[in-house]
Design a protein around this ligand. Structure first.
Ligand SMILES: CC(C)CC(=O)SCCNC(=O)CCNC(=O)[C@H](O)C(C)(C)COP(=O)(O)OP(=O)(O)OC[C@H]1O[C@@H](n2cnc3c(N)ncnc32)[C@H](O)[C@@H]1OP(=O)(O)O
Ligand SMILES: Nc1ncnc2c1ncn2[C@@H]1O[C@H](COP(=O)(O)OP(=O)(O)OP(=O)(O)O)[C@@H](O)[C@H]1O
Ligand SMILES: O=C(O)CCC(=O)C(=O)O
Ligand SMILES: [Fe+2]
Ligand SMILES: [Mg+2]
Length: 334
């Protein structure tokens, strides 16, 4: 079969499964033209994703792209991370998080004390990750051309201290976000080294992006839970899971409703990943009062109150508007 015919078959299969009425045709034997507003809900029509990749994201809520970020870039991000840990550079607005297991131990000026950096947008070296052209080309398939970097993290999952606090409970990232629509938000997560089940790779529940936002809360874990690590309230451990084992530079793009987490790090190394949540600049803020997100908004407010002395006039949405950065196109709304 020709490549075009192969592609047609894949698309038709998908349309069939999504219960769509199919109107497909060949244009000069080259490619498929189809008209079906329901069939592709989660991805946009760009030329980058193959039909297989596009359908994988539609059906599973994630797509893994091998070898997307160069080893040289990753080594530079790692070097900058080390400078930050040694406090050789100061980054405005940066949140440095320590694992709860060592949160109260004495000061250590190295990576052993840091489990996560958040909000590194004012660090030009780390922020380079968010603007990498090869990443943005994929992001555009989900957000469209106006792109905001809304949330940035470098995760340094520590060797588990023995109480399983290195785990990240199963959650939907949308729980943290007061903007919509969800389908125009995407996370890119790049492995900074080989990540395996052993050192706590991402664990995903395929297809859960088709559900709605669930109630989140701290899981009842005996060994303790990190600040703000909420999990879905009724986690079902029997749901089929996929462990995303990845090589250095591999990048997974996933939907903000996809339920995911990570297991404990059973090695002696610090498992590193860098990630950014992007949203279409055309998204709009919502008021989370009276929704399941009230609990996280309250925690964010309490921390902002302690740290910056902000009062009630600062809304949850405002804390996002000041952190967001335009990386492509126009800042139309967010
Ligand atoms: C989509 C995405 C958003 C999903 C996620 O990322 S989920 C995770 C979200 N996580 C976050 O947003 C990070 C939250 N963490 C933070 O904001 C900070 O690390 C803080 C918890 C506020 C601590 O920062 P800071 O105040 O600078 O640190 P200090 O060492 O002075 O500690 C102050 C008090 O907080 C405690 N603490 C520090 N780290 C943790 C921790 N990991 N878990 C639980 N408690 C913690 C620490 O023991 C101290 O307590 P007290 O001495 O005041 O009793
Ligand atoms: N009660 C819970 N609520 C929310 N998430 C949970 C809960 N229990 C476990 N998880 C999460 O489920 C995922 C899988 O956990 P688990 O500890 O089994 O890791 P794993 O990588 O599968 O390890 P292993 O290979 O040992 O099975 C992790 O993201 C973990 O944090
Ligand atoms: O890197 C990980 O372990 C998962 C992090 C994550 O899902 C998050 O911070 O939202
Ligand atoms: Fe997450
Ligand atoms: Mg397990």
């Amino acid at each position: 079969m020709s490549r075009a015919a192969d592609r047609l078959k894949v698309v038709l299969n998908h349309l069939d499964r999504s219960g769509a009425t199919v109107r497909a045709s060949f244009t000069s034997g080259q490619y498929v033209s189809y008209h079906q507003p329901q069939a592709f809900r989660y991805t946009l029509d760009t030329d980058l994703l193959s039909p297989e990749q596009r359908i994988a994201y539609e059906e599973d809520g994630f797509v893994l792209i091998k070898n997307l970020v160069s080893p040289e870039d990753i080594d530079q991000f790692r070097a900058e991370f080390e400078r930050i840990c040694k406090r050789e550079v100061r980054v405005p607005g940066l949140v440095v998080m320590r694992d709860v297991a060592i949160a109260k131990s004495e000061f250590m000026a190295d990576q052993k004390a840091v489990s996560k950096l958040q909000d590194f947008v004012e660090d030009p070296e780390l922020f380079r990750y968010c603007a990498l052209p090869q990443i943005l080309k994929y992001v555009e398939c989900f957000t469209g051309p106006n792109i905001m970097a809304m949330h940035t993290m470098l995760i340094n999952k520590p060797p588990d201290a023995g109480n399983k606090t290195s785990r990240h409970p199963m959650h939907q990232d949308l729980h943290y976000f007061p903007f919509r629509p969800a389908d125009r938000i995407v996370c890119s997560w790049t492995a900074m080294e080989r990540v395996t089940r052993q050192n706590g790779c991402l664990v995903v529940l395929p297809g859960t992006h088709k559900s709605t936002l669930q109630e989140h809360d701290y899981p009842e874990w005996e060994g303790g839970v990190n600040k703000m690590y909420h999990g879905v309230r009724n986690y079902n451990p029997d749901h089929p899971r996929v462990h995303l084992e990845m090589e250095k530079g591999d990048t997974v793009f996933f939907h903000p409703l996809l339920i995911h987490g990570s297991g404990m790090n059973q090695t002696q190394g610090f498992r590193k990943a860098i990630s950014c949540h992007y949203a279409s600049a055309d998204c709009y803020y919502i008021d989370v009062n009276g929704t399941t997100q009230e609990n996280i908004a309250k925690e964010v407010h309490e921390i902002a109150e302690k740290k910056y002395g902000v009062d009630d006039s600062v809304r949850f949405e405002d804390t996002w508007a000041v952190r967001g950065r335009l990386v492509q196109g126009e800042r139309t709304s967010l």
